[in-house]
Design a protein around this ligand. Structure first.
Ligand code: 5SP
Ligand code: FE2
Length: 217
């Protein structure tokens, strides 16, 4: 069976009770913490920065999956490593020297991810795939939680899965945006390995159950 991981997105957590939500993820069947960093330039929203990443790291018993939605991420790779990132994902659209950026992330001791916006053909990654530990397919326009899943993301996952398999690589496919118990099965079947879910986890009465249903879809 292919790798199936669930990464709750802390963007939808209650920041006034962050430790409770971290504890919930620790105790749940979730595999990673997904942390969205937005700079108000690459995306039209600002989320949080190093103090929150450090605080989550201090309480988390699972790896931190940090999703950078920022321009010129090269400036901050080391700082995110120091703040506790285990996986660091940059956007294809924000990196003119992607090969260098991914190599740098790995040289700093983290796993390297590359993310594509909904309009970027997954085929554009053909020459960078072997340098990435993970590809993050955005299934909404990045910037906000709680948006609806863009349906052609399924065929994008399928095309990327074929590309990865045809090269004999073990690059993980992560999907982020509008993911929940209702579409998790379809996403895993299309070839996804890691499902990110924000509102589907934190905006429900029973987050444990939501995580379990996504994981075992
Ligand atoms: O990167 C992003 C948004 O840009 C995500 O990680 C969101 O936080 C996912 O939220 P939901 O769509 O699951 O509510
Ligand atoms: Fe994200």
């Amino acid at each position: 069976m292919m790798t199936r991981l669930v990464a709750p997105s802390m963007l939808s957590a209650d920041f006034a009770n962050l430790s409770c939500d971290i504890e919930m993820v620790n105790k749940s069947q979730a595999d990673w913490f997904h942390l969205d960093i937005m700079d108000g330039v690459f995306v039209p929203n600002i989320s949080f920065g190093f103090p929150i990443v450090e605080r989550v790291k201090s309480l988390a018993t699972k790896p931190l999956d940090v999703h950078l939605m920022i321009v010129d991420p090269d400036r901050y790779l080391e700082r995110f490593r120091d703040a506790g990132a285990d996986w660091l994902t940059v956007h294809y659209e924000a990196c003119p020297h992607l090969n260098r950026t991914l190599s740098q992330i790995k040289a700093l001791g983290m796993k390297a991810g590359v993310s594509v916006n909904p309009h970027t053909p997954v085929e554009n990654l053909i020459d960078i795939l072997e340098y990435a530990d993970m590809v993050l397919i955005m299934s909404v326009n990045p910037g906000f939680g709680g948006q609806s899943f863009i349906s052609n993301s399924i065929s994008r996952i399928e095309r990327l899965r074929k590309l990865i398999d045809s090269k004999g690589l073990s690059t993980l496919i992560e999907v982020d945006g509008g993911v929940g118990p209702g579409n998790a099965k379809q996403l895993y079947e299309a070839g996804a390995n890691v499902l990110v879910a924000g509102s589907a986890v934190f905006k429900t009465d029973n987050p444990f159950d939501a995580i379990e249903r996504i994981k075992n879809a």
